[in-house]
Design a protein around this ligand. Structure first.
Ligand SMILES: Nc1nc2c(ncn2[C@@H]2O[C@H](COP(=O)(O)OP(=O)(O)OP(=O)(O)O)[C@@H](O)[C@H]2O)c(=O)[nH]1
Ligand SMILES: [Mg+2]
Length: 304
């Protein structure tokens, strides 16, 4: 058996979570067009052909402004030291900035971990549009002084599943002999409860306008079965009184839409009928409140 941890890093919104979902073939991590969708270290597990690959999804690298932001930064920092390989993702539909290159160089200079550079979203626009980007990063394939070279540069589309197999095959070469860390049929380290809350957060991110989503948290009060129906009672936490009516919507329309979209996914996940009840609660500045963060399930202690 070969196994290994592969940490996926990059700016917000470049498609890290989408890429991991494509590699694992399951919905491991939620995805949305809003930056800072992923808030935690989330493992996606793929076991095939006597190999276990554990992909570690991380929050997009950004400047922390709240305790939650600090936690997200720690998730990124704490996910690289034990990795067998690092995948750094760039958005192929945008410009590459010097700071993106410095980010890659940092791992090549300060760690001995193999680094793969992925240019994602190659399906946006003409394929030829990525040639200048490939040119811009090609110098990284050769070492220079104290900077190692990247193992490879792979253009992908998580959306169209382009080159996902190529990336997977490349990463397989970095696995080491050892035991499986997860049972063969598990695809994530997170439990049902966590995935359900994240599903609701994903639908809120998709349906709400820009200003609200960063301030949303989801907390499960209770889940129980009555016959074969799963009853789930959740709180959607917002940080300002003025956000509450926006999340609820006129006549409760927005909350109903979020609940309806989430319920369909959760029914598939649990393979049972679901009765979902959601409440909107205001917790002032909860993203800076350690007790609320811990209550919601962010494991602040583990990352100190
Ligand atoms: N066209 C296109 N869109 C993509 C691709 N990969 C991801 N996206 C979209 O880009 C947006 C961000 O994707 P995510 O997977 O959430 O990005 P992320 O890097 O995990 O973002 P954070 O968790 O916020 O750091 C979503 O709207 C995705 O649907 C791709 O290959 N092509
Ligand atoms: Mg993400």
């Amino acid at each position: 058996m070969k196994s290994g941890f592969i940490t996926v890093l990059g700016r917000p919104n470049v498609g890290k979570s989408s890429l991991i979902n494509a590699l694992v073939g399951e919905k491991v991590s939620i995805v949305s067009p809003k930056a800072q969708t992923t808030r935690d270290r989330i493992m996606g597990v793929l076991t095939e052909d006597d190999c276990q690959m554990i992909f570690v999804d991380t929050p997009g690298v950004h400047k922390a402004e709240t305790k939650l932001g600090e936690y997200m930064e720690k998730c990124v920092k704490g996910s690289t030291s034990d990795a067998d390989a690092i995948v750094i993702v760039l958005d192929g539909s945008k410009k590459i900035f010097p700071s993106d290159l410095q980010f890659v160089e940092k791992y090549l200079k300060t760690t001995g971990i193999p680094v793969y550079l992925v240019i994602n979203k190659t399906d946006v626009g003409k394929y030829e549009a990525i040639y200048p980007l490939l040119n811009q990063v090609s110098y990284l394939t050769k070492p220079d002084g104290d900077r190692r070279a990247v193992e490879d540069i792979i253009p992908t589309s998580a959306k169209k599943k382009t080159n996902i197999d190529v990336l997977k095959a490349a990463l397989k070469t970095k696995l080491t002999d050892g035991a499986a860390y997860f049972p063969e049929d598990e695809y994530t380290d997170k439990n049902e409860r966590y995935i359900i809350c994240e599903t609701v957060r994903e639908k809120a991110l998709l349906l709400l306008s820009d200003e609200i989503p960063h301030g949303i948290g989801v907390y499960m009060q209770r889940m129980y079965y009555e016959g074969d129906i799963a009853h789930i009672i959740l709180d959607i936490i917002v940080e300002k009184e003025s956000h509450k009516p926006i999340v609820i919507g006129a006549g409760g329309e927005m909350l109903r839409a979020i609940g309806e979209a989430a319920r369909k996914d959760i029914e598939r996940l649990l393979d049972s009928k679901v009765y979902l009840e959601t409440f909107v609660k205001v917790r002032d500045k909860w993203r800076d409140d350690k007790s609320v963060l811990t209550e919601i399930g962010y494991d602040l202690k583990s990352l100190k």
